[in-house]
Ligand binder design. Sequence first.
Ligand SMILES: [Zn+2]
Length: 425
Amino acid sequence: MSLLIRNGRVIDPASSVDAVQDVLVVDGRIERVGAGIQAPGGVQILDATGKVVCPGFIDIHVHLREPGYEYKETVATGTRAAAAGGFTAVCCMANTSPVNDNGSITEYILDRARTEGSGVRVYPIGAVTRGLEGKELAELAELRDAGCVAFSDDGRCVMNADLYRRAMEYTLPFGAPVISHAEDHALARGGVMNEGVVSTELGLPGIPAAAEDVMVARDVLLAELTGAHVHIAHLSTAGAVRIVREAKARGVRVTAEVTPHHLILTEEAVRNWDGNTRMAPPLRTRRDAEAVLEGLADGTIDCIATDHAPHATSEKEGEFDRAANGIVGLETAVALLLDRLVRPGLLPLPTLVARLSRDPARLLSLPGGSLAPGAPADVTILDPEATATIDPKAFRSKSRNTPFAGWSLTGGPWKTIVAGTLVTA
Ligand SMILES: [Zn+2]
């Protein structure tokens, strides 16, 4: 079982490699990276001339919806969407039904991944509180033992600061972060888009940036108090970037992610009344989008995560203020980021690769994120010249809720390899 990926531009930020080289994979692990590697007998050869060979991309914020919402997505369809989108690993959020707040649900998800999955690695994230109700702690130790790599009530904010503090203290020895959906319920209540000029013009109730900023500030202070690692999910405001940047400078253990849609779209997109522009946190202003991009470039924001949130078409149609929150992201993220950020020179390609591979792996202490010898042979290969128009009907995901339908993009994922095996359909 060996594979030689020949003649691609290898970008491995963890090893400071950016050069045209070959990658030899033996028995599911990286054996060697270098120029002119001789093919051993029986090796499968993949010609990657003109392509970009990267450590496998890891999406740490995905909703696979199983168990309970199989009409939106399943582990089978979600991991196929991940493979098609160039991701070799995904972390799945706990807001399933039943909620992933005890070890038996974690084991169920991992079993589905083993038996029905595409081969893409699945790492469950356990709930912080029982039933995501924000009242009492979930079975945190049991979740950790069953395989959860982090803890989050994502979809809801844990409003009780004392309970959140205790969650941080309890999980601190596990070495797994608490992931914060930072949104003050009272400030956000009733809002359906960003609060500002556009919401006023459209006559829609707004959610102020402060609904996010106050919670990011609280969580930074709780991380400082407890010494725990807090990770901010889908950071979307200039204020939150400033708070995280200042906290990191003081040595607080806070990390953050940003979604492709908060980098690429603004609240202006809501003017077309498409339910697919409704999300939590909402699309923000141009100034916010510029600030999160700057934070991503300078490392204030550690990684890009899609917040892949599948919903049935019926849940996104009709009145804007009744549409469900969120969009699918696994199959559009890489092409959007390459076309809209890398091609215009807004973000260097090696930085993008680092924020999708090395940095999420480090953040959650996951295997992968590197092409160093001995690392798992999880590899994402990009085709920088591929052109495609986003067609939701062609998605492997069960859901079609994207605001990017019809966008023509240059650059995208070419092959997805997990443990030395091609998983691209
Ligand atoms: Zn969230």
